[in-house]
Design a protein. Structure first.
Ligand code: GLA
Length: 379
């Protein structure tokens, strides 16, 4: 059998040299000496803290790289139908571009994912003012959200590799009440699942809405538009928005609208009818908050499919409408509008100001706990 050395582009300086089978027949793919586990390399310094790049490898040779700067997933490398490996998540091969504030590439988002209208909310009779960093609204936690801080990291080489990140968001940070202790665990499973488990505790009531802002292009090449990918979202309704992308409060049926993805549909099919492109919260069909499959994305070029599982009530489907060519993906690929899409599992935007939406308020003594899995396979 013939072997090639596969060097993960995203960690050229790191230790992730895998030896994988070069035989394209499915049964022989990646059967060689793959060293599953997790390693780390030094990536630089931010706020006087060391930033690392962590490389998680499973026993099939799927590889995820994550930095503790913003907890960002920088790549998720999986094989396509021909056994060719590339990243389905967009990102950079070094720390520097992340410091130029790309729009949340791969990052952990908090304390409140998506928007809070007019940058304020009232809780227990008190008005809390936040920073307006998106017009008059607050987006993704404010000026310095969880995507721009250095997280404390620890690694575990168990049956599957895992990375645990912790961050203490202090009382008053970005205007939010309460010390919030956040833990996020990333696990790469042997069946191609990138599992993200979020937990948090507070010492004062506070809104909490944590998510991850990975942008996906399943073809592994951002010069292919995601409008050609096929999507299913198990959601019979969505939350319409005003012209600043704040939900109106209405929960509207997707039936007969471009928002109907209840059966698999090419993203581009009704795209022209959605002003500005998709950037909407879908109300997932669910009876409770058990972990279940809520969406599925597939791409005919690569043969990849990605199933999304979550415990969360909503999914923000965003077609990368604001991607503007300022940033370059792995392999020098340009990133322009619709080069990649996000599927942010979360609570609904602006819930602190929308009494009819499921509550996002975490109280002392309660434990916030949510799980999302992005599982990639080839058909
Ligand atoms: C989310 C929002 C979008 C945009 C992106 C980041 O997906 O819904 O409107 O702000 O984050 O650019």
């Amino acid at each position: 059998m013939k072997f090639v050395k596969f060097m993960l582009a995203a960690s050229a300086l790191a230790v992730a040299t895998l030896t994988v089978a070069c035989n394209n027949s499915p049964e022989n793919k990646n059967t060689a000496a793959i060293k599953a586990g997790i390693t780390r390399s030094n990536w630089g310094t931010v706020d006087g803290k060391t930033v690392y790049l962590y490389t998680l490898v499973n026993d099939k040779g799927d590889t995820v790289t994550i930095t503790n700067y913003g907890g960002a997933i920088t790549s998720f490398v999986t094989p396509d139908k021909n056994g060719k490996f590339s990243s389905v998540i967009i990102g950079f091969d070094s720390l520097a571009p992340y410091l130029h504030h790309p729009p949340y590439f791969g990052a952990l988002i908090g304390r409140y994912g998506n928007r809070i209208g007019d940058a304020k909310f009232t809780l227990d009779g008190k008005v809390y003012n936040l920073a307006a960093n998106d017009g008059k609204n607050t987006l993704h936690g404010g000026m310095k959200g969880f995507d721009k801080v250095v997280w404390d990291a620890s690694i575990l080489n168990d049956t599957v590799p895992s990375l645990t990140l912790k961050y203490l968001s202090k009382d008053g940070e970005e205007g939010f009440p309460g010390n919030l202790n956040v833990t996020v665990q990333y696990i790469l499973t042997n069946d191609g699942g990138l599992k993200i488990e979020y937990s948090a505790e507070t010492d004062k009531p506070t809104p909490v809405n944590l998510t991850n802002h990975s942008y996906f292009n399943l073809s592994g090449n951002t010069s292919n538009t995601i409008l050609d990918e096929t999507l299913m979202i198990n959601a019979n309704s969505y939350t319409p928005v005003d012209n600043t992308l704040i939900p109106t409060g209405e929960i509207k049926s997707v039936k007969g609208t471009p928002f109907d993805f209840t059966t698999p549909k090419k993203i581009g099919k009704d795209f022209a009818d959605v002003k500005g492109g998709y950037d909407h919260n879908f109300v997932l069909n669910r009876k409770d908050s058990t972990l279940e499959k809520v969406a599925s994305l597939s791409d005919s070029i690569s043969g990849r499919t990605m199933d999304v599982y979550t415990t969360q009530p909503g999914l923000q489907f965003y077609t990368g409408n604001f991607l503007d060519g300022r940033f370059t993906n792995h392999g020098n690929q340009r990133i322009t509008a619709h080069s990649a899409l996000a599927m942010e599992t979360q609570h609904f935007p602006d819930s602190p100001n929308k009494p009819n939406f499921p509550s996002t308020i975490l109280k002392p003594g309660q434990i916030y706990h949510e799980v999302t899995i992005y599982q990639v396979s080839v058909k």
